[in-house]
Design a protein around this ligand. Structure first.
Ligand SMILES: NC(=O)c1ccc[n+]([C@@H]2O[C@H](COP(=O)([O-])OP(=O)(O)OC[C@H]3O[C@@H](n4cnc5c(N)ncnc54)[C@H](OP(=O)(O)O)[C@@H]3O)[C@@H](O)[C@H]2O)c1
Length: 241
């Protein structure tokens, strides 16, 4: 049985990835930070639909000092690690506090690197280990009012290039899926008019459904995808391309 660790499985994109992988027969470590009820509900749904698979919740706030231990100490074997956690703040760079800058860098870059340091051996033992980051098209295009977020997503796109070279001989692939705008709770900070303006700019004419992002994660996890590594797949409906 294959095991995937999904960081941020309580988020809208992470939850969709969890649903799709559970459907494909994966057992899952389901990470969350605050939304415990969402994860309990999801596990309840999975246990009745997929009784032969296992689903283990892992609570860890990436701002806590013991956050990496809380995750890696719960893992006995793992074939795929998917980073779908993330936050953003919508404001000018000059309005960011030092804590907010630390939060964005720590949550999306530093803690994922620390988790991979500790799970690399286990991924190597999987013999077709997979690492996938949910990045963003802003990591390539940059977005005003989301400068630290854009910077960190750009760093992720470079991280996958570099780290994929280190672990290729262990048959571990490392890639990123970079969405444009996705219909999730992260975008609930925007009013309907702003979201309509974004939608009008997207060539395919709608924000992505989380399933349209999750599909590409499944592609990268497939056994046949072992020759694809170090890449960022832009899944934007043609937006900002
Ligand atoms: N939505 C978009 O338009 C869009 C576009 C491009 C890229 N992305 C990227 O896609 C990923 C998922 O985004 P989403 O739209 O699914 O967002 P979401 O629904 O808001 O989910 C965010 C996830 O991050 C977790 N998280 C928040 N604070 C955390 C903390 N302190 N420690 C650890 N985990 C924490 C949340 O856990 P709890 O809920 O349990 O706190 C949740 O699982 C992010 O990396 C985001 O940057 C999103």
């Amino acid at each position: 049985m294959k095991w995937a660790l999904i960081l941020g499985s309580s988020g809208d994109i992470g939850r969709q990835i969890a649903r799709d992988l559970a459907q494909q027969g994966w057992s899952l470590y389901l990470h969350y930070a605050h939304q415990q009820e969402r994860i309990e509900k999801l596990i309840g749904e999975f246990q009745s639909k997929f009784p032969r698979q296992d689903f283990i919740p892992i609570q860890s706030d990436f701002m806590a000092a013991d956050c990496v231990d809380r995750i890696v100490n719960s893992i006995f074997g793992v074939d795929a690690v998917i980073f779908a956690q993330g936050i953003t703040h919508f404001k000018f760079l000059h309005d960011f506090t030092e804590n907010e800058l630390d939060e964005i860098l720590r949550m999306q870059l530093k803690v994922p690197m620390m988790i991979l340091q500790r799970l690399e051996d286990k991924l190597a033992r999987a013999q077709a280990g997979r690492v996938v980051f949910i990045s963003s098209v802003y990591g390539k295009s940059g977005s005003a009012m989301e400068t630290p977020y854009s910077a960190v997503k750009g760093a992720i796109n470079t991280f996958v290039k570099a780290y994929s070279k280190e672990v290729a001989s262990m048959e571990i692939t490392v890639n990123a899926v970079a969405p444009g705008a996705v219909n999730t709770q992260m975008n609930q900070m925007f009013d309907a008019e702003t979201l309509a303006t974004v939608r009008d700019e997207i060539p395919v004419g709608h924000l992505a459904d989380p399933a349209e992002i999750s599909y590409w994660v499944r592609v990268l996890l497939a056994p046949e995808a072992g020759y694809m590594t170090g890449q960022t797949l832009y899944v934007t409906g043609g937006w900002l391309e």
